[in-house]
Design a protein around this ligand. Sequence first.
Ligand SMILES: CC(=O)SCCNC(=O)CCNC(=O)[C@H](O)C(C)(C)COP(=O)(O)OP(=O)(O)OC[C@H]1O[C@@H](n2cnc3c(N)ncnc32)[C@H](O)[C@@H]1OP(=O)(O)O
Ligand SMILES: CC(=O)C(=O)O
Length: 538
Amino acid sequence: MSDLHVYDTTLRDGAQQEGLNLSVADKLTIASHLDDLGVGFIEGGWPGANPKDTEFFARAATDLTLKNATLAAFGATRRAGGSAATDPLVRALLDSQASVVTLVAKSHVGHVERALRTTREENLEMIRDTVSFLRGEGRRVFLDAEHFFDGYAVDRAYALEALRAAAESGAEVLALCDTNGGMLPSRIGDVVADVADALGVAGATGTDTRLGIHCHNDTGCAVANSMVAVDAGATHVQGTVNGYGERTGNANLVTVVANLQLKQGVQLIEPHRLQESTRISHAISEVTNVPAYSRQPYTGASAFAHKAGLHASAIKVDPDLYQHLDPKQVGNDMRMLISDMAGRASIELKARELGLDLDPTDAADSALVQRVLAKVKDLELRGYTFDAADASFELLLRREVEGALPDFFEVESWRVITDSQSHGDALSEATVKITTGGKRVLRTGEGNGPVNALDHALRLALATAYPEIEHLELIDYRVRILDAAHGTDAVTRVLIETSDGETTWETIGVAANILEASWDALVESVTYGLLRAAVPVR
Ligand SMILES: CC(=O)SCCNC(=O)CCNC(=O)[C@H](O)C(C)(C)COP(=O)(O)OP(=O)(O)OC[C@H]1O[C@@H](n2cnc3c(N)ncnc32)[C@H](O)[C@@H]1OP(=O)(O)O
Ligand SMILES: CC(=O)C(=O)O
């Protein structure tokens, strides 16, 4: 295992992201996930800056058992003109009981003079005093040199002086921060190499002090910048899960670790933990309530999803032909997307993914694949989009494969009226006629809109034969007008997302009439739900 530190700041810098607000319980849950991922350090927050972070450290001391990671408390050097021993925020760092304290310090003369409004020497004294005090109290101290790269450009000697002040006072890590996130890889590499040389801290061995890197993503280069810094001598790398962070975020730590480990052979976390990274990234998204970004490298839902027919035909021979690595290494899966860009191989692979083995050398199977492909292309021309409605594609395919889709029910007709009452809101009423198990069923449902009324009526009509549908919940309904040039005559596409409490699926309906499109998507949604639950035809 490499000696390089993997330092996570999701709970501190990640929490600085717009719209992200974590409770103490959320922070404890995320800390457990990070520990399972195998990071070396978890920066829990800034105790003393707000009651929530103070409470997090208090509860972590009793409620959080970390198997792998060490908890770090973040804070700043003492106030100008004061003393570390009496500074209330420094005291709060000690009170947090964290064995590691990460101190943010100024290393840019402009920030010293204009933001701190103090002298260069006093800033160095603030660093020395705070680091020595915390070391004297038995804490390991890491330094976040804020605005280091910009400061280095303005006054290299002073930026290095700030690092020396920390190192000579006992700081173990000197993390160079691209606080404004404006750096590019070549510049980062040059500066880190120069600093490593100037301070004699190249590599983790032979010296007590290590260089670290902390990058923001304002140029879209945070991961690349972190990688280059490691190549240039940094042995401590900071980042956040899912790249959360202020403005455009921080370096995505999972991407950095996967790159270093899977591309450069630097063993940072045990392989079985890296295989948990997709699950953990998604679990953390659930806690933060920030939707998982599907195109995130390695862990995104689309990271190994293939749409183009040519890709599928090569993947059929060997997945490596169109994948940079085996998705299992990061706990992700390969997926085939079906659309009008699909070819026969896409359909065959998708069928296999769905547990339907079609033999391309068999004439009947081959004709079936060709038929399905032609239908997909024709339907996509008319406005369908199967890569957003996997469940509808599965139903389309199964309808072609004999015996693969039970006839759960047959629709005779439906209608819906909306009544604008003289007092109160307009109310919709739908009537649905279906046949199940040879019996004709007619039911009426009400709703606050026509689609809601149709949904209620369909459920009522199916409830006796299929009580299982009680667990199905319509969680999203999206409408798109496909040919705006025609105004109200345009074709409407409806996508419905349904959940059974365990998983979700998307179905589609396309028609000139919005209610017809909605009804088709609803019927597909319920049919797929019954299929998934393996309900027998009644
Ligand atoms: C780059 C980063 O992301 S660093 C992390 C930033 N995170 C945060 O700011 C979140 C938590 N912050 C807070 O809760 C508050 O800002 C607090 C509690 C830290 C301070 O609050 P206040 O005392 O009200 O001060 P305020 O936020 O207005 O200003 C910060 C003060 O710290 C000073 N300061 C800034 N950096 C440092 C530093 N590295 N060392 C010492 N003092 C510093 C500023 O000069 C300013 O001093 P002033 O009050 O004399 O003007
Ligand atoms: C310390 C920190 O978060 C930064 O400089 O970006």
